[in-house]
Design a binder for this molecule. Structure first.
Ligand SMILES: Nc1nc2c(ncn2[C@@H]2O[C@H](COP(=O)(O)OP(=O)(O)OP(=O)(O)O)[C@@H](O)[C@H]2O)c(=O)[nH]1
Ligand SMILES: [Mg+2]
Length: 390
């Protein structure tokens, strides 16, 4: 590290007194020779420093370019690069912890183990190819079957984390529904911890859906407060109820608020998991109810919402890897398909060498996921969402 004077190469004008740190390759973030220059802050000085460096032949980095170079130079794999972006973008503790786990190669290590297991399976089969006359030789069909089972379960379990994993990034869509005046907006505000929606004693107060981001038990949610569901002659209210129905169709979970029971016709229209909340417990005196006046039942409600939306992740804890992107999901689906293809081919008596191509394809899918060989357009998509300077 040295203290230096930054001078514009064209005008020879001094720009700033700076600190410069050099990271010789390969011991830098990107794996290349890197010099980091720290200027005084503010608006004018950094801009003038960048202008001087550009005049000297540098150019501003593109979004994610440093991380992209780090991947190209083998300093990290694609999953770690994605985790870097997630760590910066995280809006909830659960997402941050997940991203850190992935950055520390939690997911990469699991996928490498799976890859190794599939290659071992291929090795077992190859033995069959080399010694076909030994019908029940040292590698029995049962042993192949057992090894296949283990790998297939492992891939399927990882794939099963995808819906909740993807929810960590976007937030679980929690739609609050129920009859007018049930206390929906009051609970929406209570879960947010601020008075976002208007609350009055007049039924039909909320007319449009209101969305807000909330962290519940450390997990991210997109809360939607909706217009109370009822037959209405008011045009605006009717439109609001139409919007409520659209949200209900897209919901990850639905919180139905009522002082009474849930109507049967509502139950049949909702596909998402339902959490029923009996509101105004301070008035109704229901022991299992929730009140925004006394706070009764609110802690239990929060735990229940987290459990319904993120139960699988809660059960897995922070050590088990989880997949969090559509890119991960489609690669694992492909790996699973190929594993099943291998099994079907074997069962159908297809010769082993041909069946083994499915195993090769499954390994290929995992390689794509880790980012061993990644086409430019995939990289473009991954790094497009990065911020400049990372
Ligand atoms: N005592 C008591 N009153 C409540 C409670 N929750 C809501 N209320 C009252 O019930 C009335 C309706 O509350 P809102 O939150 O506006 O109900 P809503 O379901 O959003 O109503 P709409 O938007 O009209 O569909 C208000 O006067 C609230 O103060 C509660 O837990 N206890
Ligand atoms: Mg309301």
């Amino acid at each position: 590290m040295s203290r230096a004077r930054l001078v514009h190469p064209g005008t020879a004008e001094p720009v700033d007194d700076v600190l410069a740190v050099s990271f010789p390759a390969p011991h830098s973030y990107t794996g290349e020779n890197v010099v980091e220059i720290s200027t005084h802050g503010g608006l004018v000085v950094p801009a003038a420093a960048v202008a001087a460096l550009v005049a000297a032949g540098a150019r501003p980095a593109e979004p994610g370019e440093f991380t992209r170079r780090a991947v190209a130079n083998g300093k990290m794999d694609l999953l770690q690069a994605e985790a870097t972006a997630d760590l910066i973008d995280a809006t909830s503790p659960a997402h941050r912890r997940r991203a850190l786990h992935q950055l520390e190669r939690g997911l990469s290590a699991r996928l490498e183990a799976l890859r190794g297991a599939i290659l071992d399976l291929e090795g077992l089969i190859a033995y069959d190819i080399d010694f076909p006359e030994e019908d029940d030789g040292p590698v029995s069909g049962e042993r192949v079957r057992g090894a296949w089972d283990v790998v297939r379960n492992s891939v399927a379990n990882l794939l099963a984390t995808a819906p909740e994993g993807e929810r960590l990034r976007e937030g679980a869509l929690l739609v609050i529904a129920g009859p007018p005046n049930a206390g929906k907006s009051s609970l929406f505000n209570a879960l947010l911890g601020r008075e976002r929606a208007i609350v009055t004693e007049i039924p039909g107060t909320t007319r449009d859906a209101i969305e807000a981001h909330a962290v519940i038990e450390g997990f991210p949610f997109r809360l939607i407060d909706t217009a109370g569901l009822r037959e209405s002659s008011d045009v605006v209210e009717r439109l609001g109820i139409e919007v409520s129905r659209k949200y209900l169709e897209a919901a990850d979970l639905v919180m139905y608020c009522t002082e009474r029971d849930v109507p049967q016709e509502f139950l049949s229209t909702v596909r998402a998991p339902l959490v029923v909340v009996h509101t105004k417990a301070d008035v109704t005196k229901r022991a299992d109810g929730v009140s925004v006046v006394t706070g009764q039942g609110q802690a239990e409600l929060r735990r229940r919402l987290a459990e319904v939306a993120f139960g699988r992740l809660l059960a897995l804890g922070d050590v088990e890897p989880v997949v969090t992107r559509a890119r991960h999901r489609t690669a694992l689906e492909r790996a699973l398909q190929e594993l099943d293809g291998f099994r079907e081919a074997r069962d159908a008596g297809v010769d082993v060498a041909a069946a083994a191509t499915h195993l090769r394809a499954a390994v290929g899918a995992l390689d794509d996921l880790i980012g061993a060989v990644t086409p430019d357009d995939v990289l473009d998509r991954v790094f497009r969402t990065f911020c400049v300077g990372k």
